[in-house]
Design a protein around this ligand. Structure first.
Ligand code: ADP
Length: 541
């Protein structure tokens, strides 16, 4: 027997409708890409402009299932485009501008995108590869006539001119909630990039799960600044969960440096923000240099790669800002877990609290965990045994776009490629990406644990650990360090600092100082590149 409740499909445009009706005057403040000035719109205006986008797209001949690419920073225009595109059942393909131009050409071709909306920043890059983008019928530059550059891009038009040919007298499309809404490619270190195709239903459920108190914990009283880009796995749901709850949004545009972010945090009264650790490194260095304060910020969500313990301690002890360590991946929409306190851990303080906070935490409803060995046998949740972390849920990928391979195990779980432990309270801790774990004498060494420890040294800005070949032990850890400006910590000093805090045989065999550590397009330490750089490296002795 079926229930007798109303048929109300979970469609994304209902979120912006709700924001406009219930929180209509709440602002979306954006830093303009053109000149860095702040632009203010309300949710009523964003919805109206999203409806114009939808109507204009339809005039352009865009229909259900068509892919539309965006190459854009976090701004009001990018936000209204998202709602406008998916509002007619077309698919927003967020392209990561930090990828190599050849990779961008590959994924735009693979997705067969029909239109490309791009910020001014990216016009020269796209002009250079335009002949490799045959599927793009028209380029819309996210600016107005006054700032529109001379360009040879096919059928190029300034966004504001394009939009001015439309009005908001339009009804959103009607379609099934399982209709595709967004497309995002993961960097994919093996084979080509892989497309994750989100649906309206999966994104709505994910946004609801994220907004809950123990996760992003959003309310109408919050002011949220998603520094994590819309092109990095849905800005971790914030482009949906903030309007859903009526939170004010602050969009930082193209300026993600410490001083620019600090200005927005203070002037706009931001209460909650989210980004990868490298972004916060820039902010903390700026605060240190200027003796700056964080007077309104209450929570910072840090994820995408492991949040170093030293970073958590600085935010919490020095600035009184609570850190929430989060883990996830593009294939999970992306939130997989969040390190908030369950009652068993509520009384923790001092070191014990920070020990807990290096864990990636527990999953929200809609995400299930499984821990197995290589043969697929379940492993105990004892906080010590590590194995493959597998996940299942309505916002977890079941397959990749235009690839036939079966990516689920016999019980329908997706292998995350992460090696982890899970403790009896359900808290997960990532040991390593399975391909980054260091295998020494048949045992595993966690590069994340070593990096975490090394950045606790007062002279260290960033640290990465890789395994290098060793004749006796197969691999031994090499610690690569970026020192803080003006500091040159010695090898012995660093190793002495780490001694006693980890098993003796985990201690790196050598320490090298470098000017910079390479990062991926989503801000992770690029271990493959680092391993290449140190391929011929010989450990001492
Ligand atoms: P890409 O490879 O395109 O950057 P993702 O952003 O989806 O793809 O990366 C997901 C991976 O990032 C996870 O599988 C995990 O290895 C790593 N990761 C994400 N968050 C954390 C975290 N808090 N701690 C450690 N690793 C993390």
């Amino acid at each position: 027997m079926l229930g007798l409740m109303q048929d109300w499909p979970l469609l994304l445009h209902r979120i912006i409708d709700h924001a406009a009706i219930q929180h209509g005057t709440r602002e979306v403040v954006s830093r303009a890409v053109e000149d860095g000035a702040l632009r203010r719109r309300s949710y009523v205006e964003i919805r109206s402009r999203a409806l114009k986008v939808a109507k204009r797209l339809q005039r352009e001949g865009i229909a259900l299932g068509d892919r539309i690419a965006t190459l854009a920073w976090n701004t009001d225009r990018h936000l209204e485009l998202w709602y406008g595109i998916s509002g007619i059942g077309a698919i927003t393909h967020t392209v990561n501008p930090r990828l190599f131009p050849e990779q961008i050409a590959w994924i735009v071709g693979h997705a067969e995108d029909r239109l490309l909306f791009l910020d001014l920043t990216f016009v020269p890059m796209i002009e250079a590869i335009q002949d490799k983008l045959p599927s793009i019928e028209r380029y819309v530059v996210l600016t107005d006539a006054a700032h529109m550059p001379q360009t040879g891009l096919r059928n190029a038009v300034a966004y504001e001119d394009w939009l001015a040919e439309s009005d908001d007298d339009f009804a959103w499309g009607r379609f099934d909630e399982n209709t595709a809404a967004g497309l995002c490619y993961t960097s994919g270190t093996t084979g080509g990039p892989k497309g994750v195709l989100y649906s309206h239903r999966s994104n709505v459920l994910h946004a609801l799960a994220c907004a809950a108190p123990d996760y992003m914990g959003l309310s109408a009283r919050d002011t949220v600044m998603p520094v994590v880009p819309l092109f990095h796995a849905n800005s971790w749901s914030l482009a949906y969960s903030a309007p859903m709850t009526g939170a004010k949004l602050v969009m930082p545009g193209a300026r993600l440096d410490g001083p620019s972010l600090h200005q927005l945090l203070e002037e706009e009264g931001v209460t909650m923000t989210a980004a990868v650790p490298t972004v916060w490194l820039g902010l903390l260095q700026h605060l240190e240099a200027t003796n700056g304060k964080l007077s309104t910020l209450k929570r910072v969500v840090i994820g995408g790669s492991a949040c170093p313990r030293a970073m958590t301690e600085t935010f919490e002890r020095k600035f009184g800002v609570t850190v929430a360590h989060a883990w996830g991946m593009t294939e999970m929409s992306p939130l997989g877990s969040f390190c908030s306190l369950k009652p068993v851990y509520e009384g923790l303080s001092g070191d014990a609290l920070y020990d807990l906070k290096v864990k990636q935490g527990h999953p929200p409803f809609t995400v299930e965990f499984r821990l197995t060995d290589d043969a697929g046998t379940d492993l105990p949740w004892d906080g010590r045994t590590f194995g493959r972390l597998k996940v299942r849920g309505p916002a977890v990928a079941g397959g990749y776009y235009r690839r036939g391979d079966d990516i689920l195990d016999d019980r329908g779980f997706f292998d995350t490629g992460d090696v982890a432990t899970i403790d009896p309270a359900g808290y997960m801790q990532v040991t390593d990406r399975s391909k980054d774990v260091i295998k020494s004498g048949g045992e595993w060494i966690s590069s994340i644990d070593l990096e975490n420890l090394a950045v606790g040294h007062p002279d260290v800005a960033e640290a990465a650990v890789i395994g290098v070949a060793h004749p006796k032990w197969d691999e031994r850890p090499l610690l690569v360090i970026v020192p803080k400006p003006g500091r040159t910590p010695g090898k012995d000093e660093i190793l002495a600092f780490m001694t006693g805090k980890i098993a003796k045989w985990w201690l790196p065999d050598d320490v090298v100082l470098v000017e910079a550590i390479p990062h991926t397009a989503t801000g992770k330490i690029q271990k493959t590149k680092l391993r290449e750089m140190f391929r011929d490296y010989r450990l001492p002795g």
